[in-house]
Write a protein that binds this ligand. Structure first.
Ligand code: NOJ
Length: 976
């Protein structure tokens, strides 16, 4: 078939979404993946054998060695089934209590891929200096602080204890199996093969299995067949598997934790449903194999575009976590032997065991521990938190200008216009289609005139033609992925027809790729002179998506740099593309500027390089709800800068759905409307009233809250605690909140939101986890929670999105409508002071120039707001958190070099607080003054007091223009 015919067919299929659901047949189930089938069969045999099941792996005790600094434990590991095969175990305790457990085959026939962690980790972690080792007959123990790691010898088992309680156990169920490299045996003749009786004996019943133990322990453990060891077929593809079987299976149990979260990306509940054990919700394990899944299901363990092998196990007493640094396809079974415990079984196609045990004990500790390993999310450019308008496709530069004009005519704020693949001549990215985009630089400048930006798509498939510099230069440099033969260039089909892919594992590709994005000419190669530094980048299709490849991706036996097969690095591949692109965009200017790069595919560590979105969702209510769960799950695994396509990628949402989708979108960290090429235009200005007015108000609401978002992102970029905080993160001790995944908090702001995702809704319930007052953001109605949690019912007509301020919070906003966020730079602030039942409130505001890295040299403003309630007064004050926290090493150099008079602070030196609204005061004030100044202008409406027990509209004190500056310390004194 001609490439174009295939692409034509694919486009046709994409064009009729209603006629098709997910094409499940394009993707493997566990039983269709040889190694997953083998892994699950192993666990089925273990289950069947019950207590007779014994792991064959044990520690070779004489080989144990501990480094003189006591930091690293190593030992040989043997398998009783293969006495000649050697494995090595290494265990190190990091100085923050994280334990790293590695196991590899030693002197094997081949080398297992052991570099996954090197792509994910930011640096080699510091090792603890404070460990006491005690060796016994049966085990060896490392004690440090309140934690203890125990390595049991026979069978091998590693357990992490805290306070004497077992928290994480590796190989407790004996499912560890590292398939060692072997030589392919010559084909056996029929007479030599096992008899049918022997085969049956192994496959069936525990009694028979017992018989086989004596006869053939290998078969008892591994199964009796070379099940897809040396070649594997799926649909029309054959995977040649030149290295043979090399899978890795390990059970990881959490004896004291009944709820688990993480291992994104899957479209499912945040608290992961079971896949094995009694009556599992899903019958297949969760799959991690980055894939371009057409019309994915809204509830499924199927793989999607990105994979982060990170899991939180949670209980009311403690949270622990796991990060398994493996880059190959991985399936994870989840079961709960009891309501209070969890078992997981990880089955990976290749690679070494490289598990980080994160001891917690709180979710915040896990975020810190994981961030120390893989980094925190990058602080994005401020403008990228505004509204992004995308569709496949804006068809010409005049189309872009018209869309911009329509936004301005309707006074709807927007920061970014996006161009999908049709801007590029024959889908040769970087190369503008001259007919439709004759003036890309002028077009971008027109957009940038009001501070806006453009984002343009650059996909990883390069059209194989010598007239395309990106392809030709990559080919000349020999940095393209190779076919299984290891010679020449792999060729597959994607949007650009016959294409090749850059092998970003090859360091020779790095500087060259970065050079392509330069906007000025270079003598050494092609550069993108028809672009400007106001253009940022969208990396799509980087799983990689290959239309004519197995499971719409690359053959696993393709060859990458260093001779590694694609199967070894598949899940890491997409991250390298966005990593290099983000560096490229960052270094177009000198000094560098913050890049914005959106990626569809991601891995552990991708948070350092930019934003992600949840891919090609459907315009259905189910997908709208699933989008929230997915964004929460991505966030707890590091990818805070996340969102789902507003409106749904496929389909034509009716106005009600579109309005609700904007309500979801404005409370996503990444807010972008996007639509498939065959959908009707649906920019918000095209809506009829009242929908148009509602969406305009929603977009404006997002813009008023940019200070909240930016402050939350800054905190996340320092601590790793996600921007969107689910209930278990906010209230780890409240079991009633463990399953809540349709409402969440924004950073530490105290804002709680529950977007509506059902048709025809006029009200909803909201869960309040604590005995505290929560104020409706718009009506100021005060609701009361309860110590053991309580559901309240609130109104949610179409124009209403349930949004609350938690008592005890101070929320900074900017309430002047503008066309784009950069135009708000000098706008004044409003402070909403939501008093808690105990009196008092706290809040923060972080500001910097939003574009450069000057903040890392101390150029920022970081204010702390407080309200202290005394007997006769309430004092609302602002102080310099930058100065107060200067000594803390929380964010490297930034705080240490902070100076209140820094150049950025001077640029906002005149910016005022124009309004202070105090909710829940106990009575009408007698006077309101600025400390050291005169009486202010204020208004008071009587209502419910925070300190009482009543519900209803809260009392509201509005202080108008107190003439205090945001960069200065001040206090407003309210006399009661
Ligand atoms: C697939 C992406 O997921 C989608 O957002 C995009 O519009 C199309 N590719 C075309 O580039």
């Amino acid at each position: 078939m001609q490439p174009w015919t295939l692409i034509g067919v694919l486009t046709l299929l994409i064009a009729v979404p209603d006629a098709l659901a997910v094409k499940s047949n394009d993707f493997k189930t566990c039983s269709q993946a040889g190694f997953c089938r083998r892994g699950r069969a192993l666990s089925a045999r273990a289950l069947e054998a019950k207590s007779a099941w014994k792991s064959p792996y044990s520690v070779d005790v004489p080989s144990i060695s501990i480094t003189p600094d006591k930091a690293v434990f190593t030992a040989g590991v043997k398998s009783s089934l293969y006495p000649d095969i050697k494995f090595g175990l290494e265990l190190r305790v990091h100085d923050d209590g994280v334990v790293r457990v590695r196991m590899d085959e030693v002197n094997g026939l081949r080398k297992r891929y052991n570099e996954a962690a090197s792509w994910a980790l930011i640096s080699e972690p510091q090792i603890s200096q404070d460990i006491t080792w005690t060796a016994g007959k049966k085990d060896i123990r490392a004690k440090y602080g309140n934690n203890e790691v125990v390595v049991a010898f026979q069978p091998l088992k590693v357990s992490l204890f805290r306070g004497g309680k077992e928290q994480i156990v590796l190989n407790g169920q004996g499912l560890l199996h590292m398939e060692h490299f072997r030589t392919k045996a010559p084909a056996v003749t029929k007479t030599e093969a096992a008899t049918p009786e022997e085969e049956e004996g192994v496959m069936e019943g525990s009694e028979d299995a017992q018989v086989v133990v004596e006869v053939n322990p290998r078969a008892w453990f591994e199964g009796d067949k070379e099940d897809d060891w040396w070649e594997e077929r799926f649909s029309t593809w054959t995977d040649t598997k030149p290295k043979g079987p090399e899978s890795l299976s390990i059970d990881i149990s959490f004896p004291s934790h009944g709820t688990i979260y993480g291992i994104p990306q899957h479209a499912t509940r945040l608290a992961l449903p079971t896949t094995s054990g009694e009556s599992p919700t899903f019958t297949d394990p969760y799959r991690l194999y980055n894939a371009d899944v057409f019309e994915y299901l809204a509830s499924s363990p199927m793989s999607l575009y990105g994979s982060i092998p990170v899991l939180h196990a949670h209980s009311a007493d403690s949270t622990v976590g796991i990060f398994h640094a493996v880059g190959s396809e991985t399936w994870i079974d989840v079961s709960h032997p009891s309501a209070k415990s969890t078992q997981t079984h990880w089955i990976s196609e290749s690679g070494i065991l490289d598990v980080f045990l994160m001891p917690g004990p709180t979710p915040a500790d896990i975020f810190a521990q994981y961030s120390r390993l893989t980094g925190t999310p990058a602080l994005p450019p401020h403008w990228s938190l505004g509204y992004h308008q995308c569709r496949w496709n804006y068809i010409s530069s005049d189309d872009v200008r018209t869309v911009q004009k329509r936004f301005d005519e309707e006074d709807m704020p927007v920061d970014v216009f996006w161009l999908d693949i049709e801007y590029a001549e024959e889908h040769k990215y970087f190369m503008w289609d001259q007919k439709s985009f004759p003036d890309p630089v002028d077009m971008t400048n027109d957009v940038a005139a009001v501070g806006r930006k453009m984002v343009v798509i650059i996909d990883p498939h390069l059209k194989r033609t010598s007239s395309y510099p990106a392809y030709q230069e990559a080919s000349d440099r020999k940095v393209l992925v190779k076919p299984p033969s290891g010679e020449g260039e792999y060729e597959g089909w994607c949007w650009s027809g016959s294409s090749s892919w850059i092998d970003f594992f090859n360091p020779d590709s790095w500087d060259w790729w970065k050079s392509l994005f330069k906007t000025t000419e270079s003598k050494s190669g092609w550069t993108w002179t028809s672009s400007t530094t106001d253009i940022h980048i969208w990396n799509d299709m980087n799983e990689p998506s290959v239309f004519n490849g197995p499971e719409i991706s690359m053959p696993r036996d393709n060859v990458h740099y260093g001779g590694w097969e694609h199967r070894d690095i598949h899940n890491i591949n997409g991250m390298l593309f966005s990593n290099l692109t983000s560096q490229a965009v960052q270094h177009r200017t000198d000094p560098p500027t913050r890049p914005f790069v959106l990626t569809r595919s991601f891995y552990a560590g991708s948070q350092r390089f930019g934003a992600m979105w949840t891919g090609d969702n459907l315009g259905t209510w189910e997908h709208m709800a699933a989008g929230i769960q997915m964004v929460l799950a991505n966030g707890i695994a590091g990818m805070s800068f996340a969102g789902s396509d507003v409106g749904g990628f496929f389909g034509n949402p009716e106005p009600e759905m579109l309005v609700r989708w904007y309500q979801v979108g404005i409370f996503n960290p990444f807010l972008r409307a996007h639509a498939h090429i065959d959908t009707k235009r649906r920019e918000p200005f095209l809506l009829e009233q009242p929908y148009k007015g509602i969406v305009k108000d929603l977009l404006r609401l997002r813009y008023t809250m940019l200070p909240v978002w930016y402050t939350a992102f800054r905190e996340t970029s320092v601590t790793g605690v996600p921007v969107l905080r689910p209930h278990y993160v906010m209230f780890p001790k409240d079991p009633k909140g463990f399953d809540v995944d349709d409402q969440y908090f924004i950073g530490a702001s105290g804002l709680l939101v529950k977007p509506i995702t059902t048709k025809g809704a006029t009200e909803t319930t909201v869960y309040l986890a604590e005995d505290e007052v929560y104020y409706d953001y718009f009506s100021h109605h005060a609701y009361r929670g309860a110590a053991k949690g309580k559901e309240i019912t609130v109104q949610a007509e179409l124009h209403e999105v349930p949004l609350f301020v938690r008592g005890g919070s101070i929320v900074p906003t900017r309430e002047r409508p503008r066309r784009s966020s950069p135009l708000m730079k000098r706008d004044p602030f409003t402070l909403r002071v939501a008093l808690s039942k105990a009196g008092g409130a706290r809040g923060e505001l972080y500001l910097d120039d939003g574009e450069s890295y000057a903040h890392q040299a101390g150029q920022f403003v970081w204010r702390g707001f407080s309200a202290e309630v005394g007997k006769k007064t309430v004092r609302v004050a602002s102080r310099d958190l930058g100065a107060e926290r200067k000594g803390e090493a929380v964010d490297g150099v930034a705080l240490a070099s902070y100076n209140p008079k820094n150049a950025f602070a001077e640029t906002v030196g005149e910016v005022r607080v124009e309004k202070v609204v105090v909710l829940g005061l106990g009575g009408k004030p007698s006077s309101v003054t600025v400390e050291g100044g005169g009486e202010l202008v204020w208004e008071y409406t009587a209502g419910v007091a925070a300190s009482g027990k009543g519900e209803g509209v809260a009392s509201v004190l509005t202080i108008k223009d107190p003439k205090v500056l945001v960069v200065k310390d001040w206090a407003i004194v309210i006399q009661l």
